[in-house]
Design a protein around this ligand. Sequence first.
Ligand code: SF4
Length: 480
Amino acid sequence: MISRRELQATSKDAKPGVVQTHSKYPFRLNFYDRPPVEEITIEQFETAALDRLRVLAEIESCFARNRTFEEMGKVIVGIWDKYLPLHSSTAHLERLEEERRKDHIGHFVLRLAFCRSEDLRRRFVKAETTLFKLRYQSDDHNEREKFLKSRDFDWVVASPEEIQDLITPTSYDPASKSSTYYKVKWTRVPDLVEKRKVVLKGGMAYVPAAEQASIVYQEFQRHLEKDLEATAKALPRLDEDTRLIPILDNLSKGFQAGISSEWAGKTEGQEGLTADMIDEMAYKHYPACMRNLHMALRRDKHLKHFGRLQYGLFLKVLGLSIDEALAFWRKAFSTMQDDKFNKEYRYNIRHSYGLEGKRANYAAMSCQQILMSHEPGSGDSHGCPYRHFSADNLQSALLTMYSDHGLTSQDMPEIMHMVKQKHYHVACTRVFEITHAHQGVKKGEGVGGGESVTHPNQYAARSRELEKKENGDGDVVMQG
Ligand code: SF4
């Protein structure tokens, strides 16, 4: 861990013209040239990565929902304020160094997790470059200028005579004429060449000042692609570290599922929730995975192991006490003898409440866990319908579950398109919006502030919150 003394020492060595206050991280923007070298606890390692993953996963969701860059900006600002705040130096915050350090660590941990396959690398680079762009555009102007000066972007400012020679009224749109142009190799700005926003001559692209950011974004992307490949080559050496590998595996699974691994928000479970209230709760507030389990339980009067696990932990977080849970399951398995229930099921229910065995407080399963683990076989009801049902079954199941809540067959092409693209939780989020439109939820709003569904309990909690608001019952406490 770097000490305050070391920080001060670095500060004395800082070059003139560079912001002095935060010498280790003088700028909010970062090209992540060097990995963190100080000591990092496992907890910091994991938290920094998980919080960053939440932001990157939401960026991917925005792409899946075809949000414009401006719309994406609004959604992502809300998310990064929550999980990955990063202020400009002008904010003069004490925690500035800490924020930038977390940003730095999180980036490098995710590099380790996502360098492992071509597909993960491509997606990671796209999401990280978008995050960089959003930050670049929201950065303090002076700080950004200093950041640009602090790096060598290998561009040359073209002389006015040079420009005069290049631009003729026919060859270039006069509206985009600029007093400053940056000269770079044309291969460095393929996007600008494609959009005909640069003048080309002798293999060089003359980039107007208004498009300068494109050079920076391209450079960021190129830099990251190269570094990820180098990390992938170095990774086998890390495989011996038994502490880190499970964390990295979990992170990359989260990204493969398109969502971060956990839902950070916590709701107070509903007070006084009883077994008798569950049918109504399921009808009004459940996402498709839990609704499917509930319907299967009522139909078969039984659920197999993983179904009981997925549903039981969800009910616990929903607020069902252990006594009510025992009553609920006992009644639900109505064709079973008391003796068999007590011998084979009671223990497991108490176990999931941390009252037996190693007395662990098991968390309810997140979308990522449901999507990525324990593929359901025939006769199983667990899993995520968006992922595990056939297209026909999914459509008819969704209409059965939600047509009373405003979902119609006209909504299906949009939902099925998302499913086909494997954006299962985005499809679930869209269903949430449609089925809560009567409570004022608009398209793109997700489960609040544009956030996508990442946890079944988050879905149910937000649904209950909306109902309470509608009934004027005051707010359900939502933290995180
Ligand atoms: Fe359940 Fe998540 Fe699938 Fe929605 S996306 S149905 S909440 S697992």
